[in-house]
Design a binder for this molecule. Structure first.
Ligand SMILES: [Zn+2]
Length: 400
């Protein structure tokens, strides 16, 4: 059976290798009793657990005293990647190879967005009430762009080089990659770097949010820091190295990141196996239950007082637990690597494409029609020019 997953996704982006976040996450995981949402509250002095109703489900929540404010959502994925809680933006189940789609999207830099509205619980005399709070964003969740150039409307971001163990070396000058972008209507895009008219006053430093396009905006609801862009660039670079045949380097880096951001853990059959199916379809969940355990029920009501069902649901099962969706992407990447099924980068358009044969260099017609047509148009032009040169050189008229 393919492995079940448990993604611990922070609401506010924090670098998964940040020491403070690691301490908060470790504390949360050691006190966790299967809750769906974990509030990391610096103002809290005690651990408190409660039930609430959200998104049409009963959810269990807890508050844990922490060093920094955050909200962790524990997303369970069953063996078919159905999720609980349900993530509408991803459909009934998370698409296979989600990281491949992520590698093809470009984030947008959004300046001057500083606060996020969030319904935050507070506990008084054991009673939980929620109130909307404006949460200010910490500086480390913001990308600080130092070298924005309004004359060329471009943003250059130096990517840190990645050491042999895959650890980013920030400010390392020896091997910086460069991303180009353009400034447009108040937003900075990581785009094509085209120069624009209408010069503005030079702005030496801009603080920006990195916003991801759908459906990744749901996985990173408050955007991310620049380190997520580094990881995307690193994965793309590894695909290139794999294409060149450097399997050793790809293995080292992918294994390092997957090991840092994922580990074997346990969940209950209820959360890890049954609820993802139930969130998609009650009938499907009941069929799966019957074929797995022999417990037969026409509806959920039949299961209410079923001792065998209760025992099965509380049974623990192994899951692969990842630190956020970045950990999920690295796990998928490593799985594809181990199965020799990594995708390739198209040499023509730069998009990620399925690699069905070793020497495939560009998108097929079914994968990306625009790339396919543009390549063939170029080939036809080249062939026309070649023919014309040959005719001119030999003096042969075209229609002889
Ligand atoms: Zn292509």
């Amino acid at each position: 059976m393919p492995s079940k997953m448990q993604v611990w996704a922070p609401y506010f982006w924090t670098s998964p290798t940040d020491a403070l976040f690691s301490r908060d996450l470790h504390r949360a995981q050691s006190h966790w009793r299967g809750e769906d949402r974990i509030w990391l509250l610096p103002s809290a002095t005690t651990i408190h657990r409660w039930q609430t109703w959200k998104w049409g489900y009963p959810l269990s929540e807890c508050q844990i005293p922490s060093e920094a404010f955050n909200l962790l959502l524990v997303v369970n994925l069953d063996e078919a990647r159905r999720t609980y809680p349900l993530i509408d933006a991803l459909g009934d189940c998370v698409p296979l190879g989600l990281y491949r789609k992520w590698l093809d999207v470009r984030p947008r830099l959004v300046p001057d967005k500083r606060e996020v509205e969030l319904e935050v619980p507070s506990i008084s005399c054991g009673e939980v009430t929620y109130a909307i709070r404006n949460i200010g964003v910490e500086l480390e969740q913001v990308a600080r762009i130092h070298n924005f150039d309004p004359r060329t409307s471009s943003v250059k971001i130096h990517l840190p080089s990645f050491g042999k163990d895959g650890r980013p070396v920030v400010s390392c000058e020896d091997d910086p990659g460069v991303l180009l972008g353009r400034y447009d209507d108040g937003d900075v895009y990581l785009g094509d770097g085209k120069a624009r008219e209408n010069l503005e006053e030079p702005t030496p430093t801009i603080d920006c949010w990195i916003e991801w396009p759908p459906p990744f905006d749901v996985l990173f609801p408050t955007g991310s820091g620049i380190d997520l862009v580094y990881h995307q660039a690193l994965m793309r670079r590894l695909l290139g190295e794999w294409q060149e045949g450097d399997r050793g380097q790809v293995a080292r880096v992918a294994e390092t990141w997957a090991a840092r951001l994922a580990n074997q853990a346990t969940g209950t059959m209820n959360k890890a196996w049954f609820l993802p199916k139930l969130a998609t379809s009650e009938q499907e969940a009941l069929w799966a239950l019957e074929s797995f355990s022999g417990i037969c029920a026409q509806s959920l009501r039949d299961l209410q007082d079923h001792a065998g069902f209760a025992a099965l649901m509380s049974r623990s099962t192994s899951v692969l637990r990842t630190v956020g969706w970045l950990g999920y992407f690295w796990s998928e990447f490593l799985e594809d690597f181990s199965a020799s099924a990594l995708p390739a980068i198209c040499v023509h358009c730069g998009r990620v494409m399925a690699r069905i044969r070793a020497n495939k260099r560009a998108c097929g017609r079914d994968e990306n029609l625009a790339c396919f047509r543009s390549r063939h148009a170029q080939a036809e032009r080249r062939s026309y020019v070649r023919d014309r040169k040959r005719r001119l050189a030999t003096g042969v008229p075209k229609d002889r």
